[in-house]
Design a protein around this ligand. Structure first.
Ligand code: GAP
Length: 446
């Protein structure tokens, strides 16, 4: 298996097969904005669902939230984003292109060689206006992170659930940052989605929980099939820590442009609840039944990007394998992530075969995202499914009409087995969930 794939191949496959399109393409696109196509939307939903299942559904110390994107402007003053969420920006005096000065390795404009201005701070939050006027008083921001929705709802969650410390709130949703430099496909864009957890703990237990979450999150990627040699942990140096963080680890992935952040896990201490108490005037503390004291919980925050995880899973799954005299392109997605779990393929377009195949197709759809294809040769159709990562294909041939059996073909091994139609659902389910539960590659989980 190859270990590193060029970004161009993934961009081209994504475009060709309908994972990702440039936004507003018929108007020439909009810089660093992307639309997820029919396959992309499935993969993206599956990434979020796998995260939700492992982080919320399977844990007894987590609950979910879906906070609004627009929040009270004071939130962003309390959080430090109005004062400090900025990048140093320089502008070329000739071509007026802008650059993040920390990205530059040269002292002149990389585009035209022109002279650069002194750096000035550029706030990354998108501003908009609420109500009919555009007065300063009506300014609201598109949230640059989902995290604040969880901090300001701490008391609401505490009072409406029976959760006691330690417990966490999880949320997925859109965030917006007016990034100066974007690029590397969907790696850094201005509109993106996050999957964030704010885990509230008693002070003094924070180091242990921090360690727990670093491991938990690292293993989540491994369980979903990401190759260990493509993942690493990197601790932030003291001078690199964000203003709120006591400690932080990045989970980095070996992207084509080099090791880059996939997710950050921070120990935020009591920074957030103290700040929101100060600015809102509402106390956000917790009564500790054991010590009979009121305490301000510490927060451990694992913060992941949906789009970055999507890209990493796509890159990691991509492979080109020799196949007779040709090369087959295959996405070795974990079954939980694959856009389609099953494809139904009648061997030919003969009416009897198509009727039988469509019946099976209708039968499987309520259970799994299922594709149907009756065009071109069966070999071509298998390749097409391999290229979009469908783990299992079901082929209906003339023999099927006589013996009521069909062929299941596995993407990874290309192995084929014949099974009775009336057992098809059970066998597909075992094959698919075998991987979901045991994390074993398909077909070895027999
Ligand atoms: N609440 C903490 C926080 O937002 P962050 O390191 O700024 O921390 C967390 O962002 C994650 O969100 C990143 O690890 C990355 O996966 C994703 N992310 C951040 N900015 C992004 C951007 N411009 N485009 C795509 N993903 C981004």
């Amino acid at each position: 298996m190859s270990t590193k794939v060029e970004m161009e191949k993934i961009v081209s496959l994504s475009r060709r097969r309908g994972f990702i399109f440039p936004s507003s393409e018929i108007y020439g696109g909009l810089s660093s904005c992307w639309d997820y196509g029919p396959l992309g939307v499935e993969l993206k939903r599956n990434v979020k669902q796998a995260w939700w299942q492992a982080m919320v559904q399977e844990r007894d110390d987590m609950v979910g939230l879906d906070a609004s994107i627009l929040m009270h402007p004071q939130v962003w003053i309390a959080s430090g984003h109005v004062a400090g969420f900025s990048d140093p920006l320089v502008e070329c005096r000739s071509c007026h292109q802008r650059w993040r000065s920390t990205d530059l390795k040269v002292t002149v404009c990389p585009a035209c060689g022109g002279e650069l201005t002194e750096p000035r701070q550029f706030n990354l939050m998108f501003k908009t206006f609420m109500g009919p006027t555009e007065a300063d008083a009506d300014v609201v921001y598109l949230r640059p992170e989902t995290a604040q929705g969880m901090f300001v709802n701490f008391e609401n969650v505490l009072n409406t659930t029976r959760k006691r410390l330690p417990f966490g709130i999880a949320q997925t949703g859109k965030s917006f940052r007016n990034e100066i430099t974007t690029g590397n496909f969907i790696f850094r864009s201005r509109e993106f989605e996050q999957m964030e957890i704010e885990f509230f703990v008693k002070p003094g237990t924070d180091k242990r929980w921090f360690e727990h979450w670093v491991n938990e999150r690292f293993n989540w990627y491994l369980k979903l099939g990401m190759k260990k040699e493509h993942l690493r942990l990197r601790q932030h140096a003291k001078d690199e820590l964000a203003h709120y963080a006591r400690d932080c680890y990045d989970i980095e992935y070996l992207f084509p442009m080099g090791w880059s952040e996939l997710e950050g896990i921070a120990n935020r201490g009591d920074f957030d609840l103290v700040q929101h108490t100060k600015f809102s005037g509402k106390s956000l503390d917790y009564f500790d039944e054991e010590t009979k004291e009121r305490i301000v919980p510490y927060i451990i925050e694992p913060s992941a990007g949906v789009d970055r995880s999507f890209l990493a899973f796509l890159l990691d799954a991509y492979d080109e394998e020799p196949d007779k005299n040709e090369t087959r392109t295959v996405l070795h997605f974990h079954a939980a992530l694959a856009p389609y779990k099953v494809a139904v393929l009648p061997l030919s377009k003969r009416e009897q075969l198509v009727t039988q195949a469509k019946k099976i197709y209708a039968d499987l759809r309520p259970l799994w995202m299922t594709d149907y294809d009756d065009t071109q040769s069966i070999g071509r159709r298998y390749r097409r499914q391999d290229e979009i990562g469908t783990p299992l294909c079901v082929t209906i041939d003339f023999q099927s009409l006589e013996d009521n059996q069909v062929t299941i073909r596995a993407r990874d091994t290309m192995e084929q087995i014949r099974v009775p139609i009336n057992e098809l659902k059970t066998i597909l389910s075992a094959k698919l969930s075998g991987e979901l539960l045991s994390n074993q590659p398909l077909w070895s989980a027999k």
